[in-house]
Each structure stands twice: as C-alpha cells, then as structure tokens.
Write a protein that binds this ligand. Structure first.
Ligand code: PMP
Length: 404
C-alpha cells in the first residue's frame, strides 16, 4: 500500500509553516525535498568516514572509496546500465549535457554538421549546443511542438540528412509534462546511424528508466531532482561512445601517467571525472535512489499520475483557465495561466497562501515563444504530495482569480 501520510514523515521540511500556513510544496520540478535517510547518510559520512577517495592507502580513504564506488553501482542498477564504466558522476544534468556537447562535438562534429534538439528543450540542452556552434560552426535543427505540446514526429523524421550527427532531446518536458516517445526517437535516429542523448532530469524522479531497453547512447540526470543532494548528477554513456570521446576536463583522477612530454588518461569512468569528486553527495544520491526504488517507481508513478489527473480536473473548473500541455502521455507537471493574470502575480499571491509554485519561463524561452506566452505558472508533483494539497492549490487559484 502506498501510504502518503507515512511517506511524508520521512521529509521533515514538509511539516514547516510559511506565513503561518502549512507549506504546500509544488515546485518539485525545480527541486524536490530530501528524505531523512539521504541527509543522515551524508552527515554520517562527514562525521565518521570522510577522506579523499581513490589511491588512499589508509582505512578512511578506502572506506570512502568503497562508498563512492558502491554509489556508482547503485546508479548502474537504477538505470540498468551494463557496467559501472558507463556511469559518470557530474554536477548535474547541465554538466552532463555540456560534457556530451563539448566532447562529442570535439570528436565527431565539424562545421556544417547538425544536432537535432526539440522546441521544448530546457536551456541546458540548447545553449550547450550553441556554445559548440560558436566554436565549430555546427547547425542546430529543431523538432517542432504541436498545439497539444507533443513533438511533431513526422517533422522529426524529415530533419535527418547526411550532416546529422546526434539527436539530443528531453525525456519529459519540465514545462508541459509531455513524456516524449524516446524509444521511437532512438529507433529513428539509429536507423540513420545517429546516436541519441536523452535529458532525463524530469523522468528519473517519476518513473523507471532502463537505458538498455531505451537503447539510448547517452542519458543525463540530476541528483537533486530525484531526492538526492544538490551538486551531483550522472551522465550515462555507452562504453563504445565514451571510449572514443576525449576527456572533458584535465586534472587529478582522470589520468594514467603524467609527464611534460606525454600524459595518458584513466580508464572509464574516471577519464571524465577530473578532480576530487563529491563523494559524500554520491552516497546521498545512492540513498535517494534506494529510497525511490524501495517505494517502487511504478507505485510512485501511479500516485503522481493520479494527482496530476486530479489537479487537471480541478483546474479545468476555474474560469479563464488555460492549460499548456495536453499531451496524452502527461507526467507530473502542470503549466497554466488564468485570464490576464500575470504569472508572477499568481505565484506571489499563491505563495502568501503557503503554496510554492514556480513562475516564469522555466528555462525554456523558445517553448514560451511557441505558445505565445512570456511565462506560466507551474505546479509540479512529487511522491509526497496529496490530494488535499491539490485542493488547496485549486482553491487558492480560484481565490486569486476572484481578486482580479
Ligand atoms: N533539463 C531539464 C528538462 C530540466 O528540467 C532541468 C532542471 N530544471 C535541467 C535540464 C537542468 O538541471 P540541473 O539544473 O539540475 O543541471
């Protein structure tokens, strides 16, 4: 049984009040709250184990290394990667995407070559490629989004030509909640001999991901969105691709031997992990993945999908409501505008009622332009949200709408 009241006890912050009202935290697409087990594992490591990892002969260093490498194995299992060589720790989705754009771009792209992204990408998956564009003169091709917030798959297939080198798309839109048909995207791209990077920032918290079943070539996600700490994330890459990419940064950890004449690089995954890693955060991330795996991602998904449908039904009752994103496969994110009420006014007034939502362009300005809006209000759900909270949200929006 999925007992949300019991689950909430694992998250001390949810008991907080803001402005004297119980906190209703619906900004989960930006970051989620952390269960006690994650914070405790990290403080325990700082209090009892802390030492720099890898190459240390002393007890603490070996123990810290074991924890760090065990965390890598936890991530491998979470994604069903073939090997821990394919799991690279980064600072988050943004760094993971930048790594692929920089290293794949360096090795496999030259002037006139093309990357395909979509119109619903987070800026992280646009600007990384624009930096490469500025360096190498590559071209960025864009899969359009239809009025319901789904990718135009017919247009996608038409974007391929002999210059296409990589496809980089989001698994779930952080604005529309659309779940993209990434398995199909990979099939089409592979039929053209083109690899695919999936931005999993908004999928990993909500449903189970199997990188082998998806057959994607790269997959990125952030720890803090999946109940882990900030400052750590993952890049999964198929070994045969990662092996052929140059390192991202130079420094300790990522080398074999160094001389002024000739330096060799470490084997995977350390080749991409220059410098002291955040080995305490990796432990926190592993506990977070244990936490969601223990609850069961299928159970989490069905709870959150139920909440999302319930929220959509409630929101549709409010006059002047415009919901952006009506995809059939809709995850736990709802974006909306009410009448002519500015998203910032709505967000600010909801905040006064204790309801935390996000307003603005959600780091997806091209998508805002597509829908002819400057920003939206976004409510996003996590495994600990309740129907009562959705009721509070809907009542809050109705109250703000009346004020205008
Ligand atoms: N991609 C998507 C779809 C996101 O929602 C986010 C976070 N809003 C990112 C990338 C960037 O994640 P991070 O800031 O954790 O690197």
């Amino acid at each position: 049984m999925y007992d949300v009241d019991e689950i909430r006890k694992d998250f001390p912050i949810l008991g907080r009040k803001v402005y004297g009202r119980p906190l209703v935290y619906l900004d989960n697409a930006a970051t989620v709250q952390k269960p006690r087990s994650v914070v405790e594992a990290m403080s325990d490591e700082y209090y009892n184990v802390n030492a720099n990892v890898h190459r240390g002969v002393h007890f603490l260093s070996q123990q810290a290394t074991e924890l760090h490498e065990a965390a890598r194995e936890t991530v491998r299992r979470f994604l069903n990667a073939r090997s821990t060589a394919e799991v690279i720790f980064t600072r988050g989705t943004t760094e993971s995407i930048n790594l692929v754009a920089a290293c794949f771009g360096e090795a496999f792209m030259r002037e006139g070559d093309e990357v395909i992204v979509s119109e619903m990408e987070h800026h992280a998956n646009i600007v990384s490629w624009q930096l490469l564009q500025a360096r190498k003169g590559i071209k960025i091709r864009v899969i359009p989004v239809d009025g319901r917030g789904e990718l135009r798959m017919d247009e996608f297939e038409r974007l391929f030509n002999e210059h296409t080198r990589i496809v980089s798309v989001t698994h779930v839109s952080n604005v529309l909640g659309t779940v993209n048909p990434v398995r199909r995207i990979v099939e089409v791209a592979h039929a053209h001999g083109v690899p695919v990077l999936i931005d999993g920032a908004q999928s990993t918290p909500h449903f189970s991901v199997d990188v082998q079943a998806l057959d994607c070539d790269f997959f990125a996600f952030s720890g803090h969105k999946v109940y882990g700490p900030t400052g750590i994330g993952v890049l999964y890459g198929k070994e045969n691709w990662l092996d052929r990419l140059p390192p991202y940064m130079g420094g300790g950890e990522m080398i074999g031997h160094v001389s002024f004449e000739h330096t060799t690089f470490a084997e995977l995954p350390l080749k991409f992990e220059a410098g002291t890693p955040d080995y305490v955060a990796s432990t926190g991330l592993a506990r977070a993945l244990d936490y969601v795996s223990h609850l069961g991602l299928d159970a989490i998904q069905s709870h959150e999908r139920g909440l999302t449908r319930y929220a959509l039904d409630g929101l549709r009752q409010i006059s002047g409501m415009r919901i952006l994103g009506e995809a059939d496969d809709h995850d736990a994110v709802v974006s909306f505008l009410v009448g002519h009420i500015h998203h910032l006014d709505m967000g600010t007034l909801l905040d006064r009622l204790g309801i935390a939502v996000r307003t603005g362009h959600h780091c997806a300005e091209p998508l805002m332009r597509r829908f002819g809006v400057e920003g939206t209000v976004r409510a996003s759900f996590a495994l600990y949200n309740t129907r009562q909270e959705v009721d509070t949200l809907v009542a809050g929006i109705a109250r703000v709408a009346q004020m205008f």
